[in-house]
Design a protein around this ligand. Sequence first.
Ligand code: ZN
Length: 216
Amino acid sequence: MGVLNTLATRALRISDKKSFEKEKSHLLDVFFENGYSRYMGQWAFLKASKNSLTKREPRERTPSVHLPYVQVTTDRIGRILKKHSIPVTFRPLNTIHMSLRSVKDPIDPKDMKGVYMIPCSCGTPYIGETGRSINPRISEHVADLKHRRAKSSALAEHAEKTNHHVCIEKASVIAKVSHFHHRKFREALEIEKRPSNLNREDGWKVSRCWVPALSS
Ligand SMILES: [Zn+2]
């Protein structure tokens, strides 16, 4: 019944006199088709029109001006506005609160779960994700490169085959994502967005049709 009332009220509010009857009869048909009786539909419109009549007109607001206080300048503006009967309130330009820095230290995104990118000197990126924090995951990539674990690491394999320098120092966080499925999807999407990448084809896949819509 609430839905009927809402739709009836909306029709009443947004339709002009001419289109209202058309809209009303359309809605009554829709209500009926969705299992509500004609009586219930009429009742919703009756209630909506009663409500619109009893609704109070919004009070006329007196304009007022809220200004940051700058000595001399604001005083002058205030005097001019008062002459025209416009009430003025002032607020301080600097408060102690504004001068204090937040007690919370900003969290390094690399200390969070998420999706990251490591570029190679040839410009080809590697996209990764981790459900732990990103920093230790990057350290593992460093170890893989150091110990030339080409079998288990796509980065180490690329470095070994090409002799390129994997720019671990340029590793960056693409997105902080803690939810497992969202993270896996985001990683797959970021890989899909970069057709040339160092990733092996063992991760999640996204349909290419999503890429243009989600690449912004
Ligand atoms: Zn390379």
